[in-house]
Design a protein around this ligand. Sequence first.
Ligand code: 1GP
Length: 245
Amino acid sequence: MNVKEYLIGKMKERTVHLALLDPDKQDSREAGAIAKKVKEAGADAIMIGGSTGVTSENLSNTARCIKEASGLPTIHFPGGPSALSEDVDSIFFMSMVNSMDPFWIMNAQAGAARHIKKLGIETISLGYIIVEPGMKVGEVGKADAVRRDDTDRAVGYALACEMLGMDFVYLEAGSGADVPVPSEMISAVKKSISIPLIVGGGIRTPEAAEAARLAGADAIVTGTFVERCLDDTMLRSVVNASKGR
Ligand code: 1GP
């Protein structure tokens, strides 16, 4: 399966919902059980990753359990170049474009590229833009986070990603953020680019998911919410609000 084509195909119909599971937050069997529930709720694919504590081993085990339990396409969402696995269907080959450290802009990628090619994993290039508060990923990636009111700067980065030929742009407020990316910023970025826009960080209610969708997100990511949600009805409400159905 070509995951990029699958996602773009789905995005033509409606906003896509991506559930993010961190191999460091639960064991692989539990990740499989969550993936099954989110599949039933309507999620379109599963991202696997986290900023710390991900190893090739827990990544592989998690990817296998998710695949077996849900059958959904998997996308490795890497926290660095060291943990890689051929058990994922694809990888977001991403650059944190507003990092202050060249390692996260292109050096980590250069270090991992030959290995990824050898493993034969489908790469989906992604411009990763950290917006305040940025949380752990902003800290680890030494991001010069875009201020929540600095929409022009977000648009500039997103356009630069498109001009550099990247497949997708991701506006990231950071996992567990108390506020998601502002709707005005999503909407301004969406209007300025023609490649798909992914939005994530701090989305844990149907209202927040709906706001991101109405502002123009092509894909909405929820991590903390899906990992912690014990209420299937609530899970379905957030996925449905993401997808607009
Ligand atoms: C983090 O955008 C994702 O990379 C998801 O964030 O855990 O807050 O949903 P949450």
